[in-house]
Design a protein around this ligand. Structure first.
Ligand SMILES: [Zn+2]
Length: 266
């Protein structure tokens, strides 16, 4: 796999060719999911002919760097810029791999509740907002806009575009393994330790702004006759003004939330 320049570590001034050598990469835990190898599974050998950053070697195997939490070379933890110049064995661990001995050397943020999602993850964006999380989502956004929002607003990037996740400006990100929104939501809750931070129905599903409780009288005139009779509690979006109440879809949503909560804890 040839990586685009946006993902590669800028070459150091002293970059020089060296005699060709081979490195061995051992991918642990669920990083196997990304490894593009038909025969060798989680162990990969690669030939190099110049000094190369460990980030570039790992990503050439198909594993985006935000998925990597710990890199060990000769039992020493190294960061993504570490230059490989000779034959070595590289051990690569995912987030939450239980490698407590090197906890101080972890490369990834353990927890965050602010996200930016790529345009293909609309259902995940809705689910996360439903749970009260701060989600920037624009189905029309191009890659560079996603990266801009990510950097400017200090958000974690969620995407199933591996190349995008490999971009060198990405500090925190995640590639949802599942293609189903519900399972993706559970994955994100687990990855970013969000179970204790869920506050359902506090954020607008349309625009992401917080909701504010409002007295029924404030919206009385705009309500349908049956809504006027059956519902007492209302919230209004502080951004777009959308009014929410516990309508007929509410119990269905609540059931989904309970299932997500239970599955995430499991
Ligand atoms: Zn809104």
């Amino acid at each position: 796999m040839r990586l685009p320049s946006s993902t590669r570590t800028p070459p150091p001034e002293s970059r020089i060719s060296v005699s060709p050598f081979a490195v061995q990469l051992n991918f642990h835990g669920d990083l196997e999911f990304f490894v593009q190898s038909r025969t060798s599974g989680r162990r990969i050998e690669r030939g190099l002919s110049e000094k190369t950053s460990v980030k570039d070697v790992i990503e050439a195997c198909g594993v985006p760097h935000p998925e990597v939490d710990l890199i060990l070379i000769n039992d020493q933890a190294v960061d993504f810029d570490y230059l490989i110049t000779d034959k070595v064995v590289i051990e690569i661990y995912p987030v939450k791999s239980g490698c407590t001995k090197f906890k101080q050397k972890c490369l990834q943020l353990a927890s965050t509740s602010r996200f930016v999602l790529d345009g293909h993850l609309g259902k995940l964006a809705r689910d996360l907002r439903l749970l009260g999380f701060d989600v920037a989502y624009d189905p029309e956004a191009e890659d560079r806009e996603l990266l801009l929002v990510m950097e400017r607003e200090n958000r974690a990037l969620l995407t199933r575009d591996r190349r995008l996740l490999m971009h060198r400006v990405v500090k925190t990100g995640y590639f949802p393994r599942s293609q189903k929104a519900e399972q993706q939501t559970i994955e994100v809750i687990r990855r970013f330790d969000l179970l204790g931070s869920i506050t359902p129905f506090t954020r607008c599903l349309r625009c992401n702004a917080p909701l504010r409780k409002i007295p029924k009288a404030e919206v009385m005139e705009t309500l349908e006759p049956l809504t006027k009779i059956y519902y007492e509690k209302f919230r209004r979006c502080t951004g777009c003004g959308q009014v929410y109440w516990a309508g007929s879809h509410f119990s269905k949503l609540q059931k989904r939330l309970e299932k997500i909560r239970a599955d995430s804890a499991g």
